[in-house]
Design a protein around this ligand. Structure first.
Ligand code: GLC
Length: 560
């Protein structure tokens, strides 16, 4: 057995206060079309979410983030917004939203909504007007229309590519081209235009007036482009020692992380300050290194930013230790909380990523014919990763279904795929549908209880019966009960506002630290590790006995 013989090195001091909920909150992402279906059409909706909110209260999260439910032709599952002030009939009505918010607040859950400001839908009234008005019109000024290159303008204005594959420009009938960093049905807005800025401040107020607690800002690093829209030299920075780009999904170049974007967030910070209470903006900004990310959470900008560097790190103790340490150093330098996240609607779920031969690697989707993850090993590691994450001070994000230990659907037939990335890459990327499959609530019901009719917009793997909520609730040691216990201990021990001091003497494959009175030990290796004698187990990702922590497992301990 190893004992602690070195003085812990303090990396992050406890903040000692529970004020400002977003500094320590556990926030649960609801992906509306796949959470719960109230209407029976096979697509989740707002009444379905409201009916299941008690589940989230029981689980013990502090807040809910709702992915987009606004009016949209659903070309990118709602991240193509046609009307920012209305609910799509697919998901319900504004009254349904108000009812959801009221119920959530009654249950003590905060609610943040998604704002998609980089682009609109091609069905947005502004884009329709721009198409009708023609070249040189004020209507076209709200978007990024340009003449093409070549003798007759037959070539795109520059060499930028869409994140979803293919060119980032589409030519319209009158010969002009418009920019879309994502799908051609998601035209980029011109954020140099004062009307665009005014409109989004007004949209913020629309939802703040309804009582939301904050916003998740989609593509927060994308709105401002380098002046003149120059060609990109294509240089991509890679993670040291790997063939993975540092910022995932191709988010590099003159279209991202421009200094000018920060003025927008300073303005939005002022809008939030007009409202009483404690509201928050969280940046979805795929930027690296972490020091660039910290710029989005300076005191007069946003409150939080997703820590994708953590999500992107392989299952490797030294690498994770380094990213954890860097996360605190950079966030502390601007007085912001660190966030932690392992899964969301854009990446293969961590239970599947961690079962891949290179544990934690990030293919854009897994399909039949692809190398399949080891489901059992992936789940074991996913639980260990989650307990590591929830033991860390700061705010943590959970993605719906991870509390059940769900893997991706890794064998979806291609003909059922809907993600535009699948089509724009000619199938080379499977896309994100595998992490968006409707949740299993009840093992013995059709559609695993997702909808009253049993219909589900994507098929669920048969193996999901064992993951269903009702198969795990009350079963000690199940993934669901492990999440509930960890969230309860995290709350009772005030781990979210705690500090981090490394406990160093466990060897290279182990991440061990103290947060307040709790010792967290995560063993990422395969060799068992001895634990301090007489310590009490507060929570563990896998059963722990005899003072030994097996491989791919995390334990939370209280010393004697
Ligand atoms: C963000 C969203 C993703 C969407 C994209 C375009 O990355 O999380 O789902 O496709 O932005 O809006």
């Amino acid at each position: 057995m190893t004992s602690i013989d070195t003085r812990p090195a303090l990396v992050h001091a406890p903040s000692g206060t529970d004020g400002e909920w977003w500094r320590h909150a556990v926030i649960y992402q609801v992906y509306p079309r796949s959470f719960a279906d109230g209407s029976g059409d096979g697509i989740g909706d707002l009444p379905g979410i409201t009916s299941r909110l008690p589940h989230l209260a029981e689980l013990g999260v502090d807040a809910v983030w709702l992915s987009p439910f606004y009016r949209s032709p659903q070309a990118d599952a709602g991240y193509d917004v046609a009307d920012y002030r209305d609910v799509d009939p697919l998901f319900g009505t504004l009254d349904d939203f108000d009812a959801l918010l009221l119920r959530a607040h009654d249950l003590g859950l905060r609610v943040i909504v998604d704002l998609v400001p980089n682009h609109t839908s091609d069905e947005h009234a502004w884009f329709q007007a721009a198409m009708a008005a023609g070249p040189g019109s004020p209507e076209r000024e709200r978007y990024l229309f340009r003449e093409g290159q070549g003798e007759t303008g037959e070539l795109p204005p520059n060499n930028w590519e869409s994140i979803f594959g293919g060119p980032a420009w589409t030519r319209v009938a009158d010969g002009q081209w418009y920019l879309h960093l994502f799908d051609s049905r998601q035209p980029d807005l011109n954020w140099e235009h004062p009307e665009v800025r005014a409109e989004f401040e007004d949209v913020l107020r629309f939802w703040l007036d309804r009582g939301v607690d904050g916003f998740r800002i989609d593509v927060a690093h994308g709105m401002v482009k380098e002046p003149g829209l120059p060609d990109w030299d294509g240089h991509v920075s890679m993670i040291e020692g790997s063939d993975e780009p540092v910022a995932g999904n191709g988010n590099q170049g003159p279209m991202f992380d421009q200094d000018g974007v920060h003025e927008i967030y300073r303005a939005w910070n002022r809008v939030l300050a007009e409202y009483a209470g404690d509201r928050a903006l969280v940046a979805e900004a795929w930027v690296e290194p972490l020091s660039r990310l910290a710029r989005y959470v300076r005191p007069d900008e946003m409150q939080q930013a997703f820590n994708f560097a953590f999500l992107a790190t392989l299952w490797d103790a030294p690498a994770l230790r380094a990213v954890i340490e860097a996360s605190y150093l950079t966030a502390d330098s601007v007085g912001a909380p660190t966030t932690w996240v392992l899964s969301n609607h854009d990446v293969v779920r961590h239970a599947s990523r961690l079962g891949l031969p290179v544990a934690g690697s990030r293919p854009n989707g897994i399909g039949h014919g692809d190398e399949q993850p080891d489901e059992e090993l992936g789940l074991r590691r996913a639980r260990a990763a989650t307990l590591l994450m929830l033991g860390l001070p700061g705010s943590a994000y959970l993605y719906q279904g991870e509390e059940l230990g769900l893997p991706d659907h890794t064998a979806l037939p291609d003909e059922l795929r809907q993600d535009p990335a699948f089509f724009r890459t000619g199938g080379a990327e499977r896309g994100r549908d595998g992490c968006r499959v409707p949740l299993p609530w009840a093992a013995d019901e059709p559609g695993f209880g997702f909808s009253p009719t049993g219909v589900t917009w994507l098929p669920q793997p048969a193996s999901w019966a064992s993951y269903a909520l009702d198969a795990q609730r009350g079963v000690s040691g199940s993934t669901y009960e492990t999440y509930c216990l960890a969230l309860a201990v995290r709350r009772d021990e005030h781990l979210g506002t705690g500090g981090l001091a490394w406990a160093d003497s466990y060897g290279d494959d182990v991440i061990a630290f103290e947060n307040r009175d709790v010792l967290v030990v995560a063993n990422l290796g395969s060799e068992p590790v001895g634990l301090p004698a007489g310590a009490t187990v507060l929570a563990s990702s896998t059963p722990v006995s005899g003072g030994i922590l097996p491989g791919d497992a995390t334990v939370w301990l209280r010393r004697p």
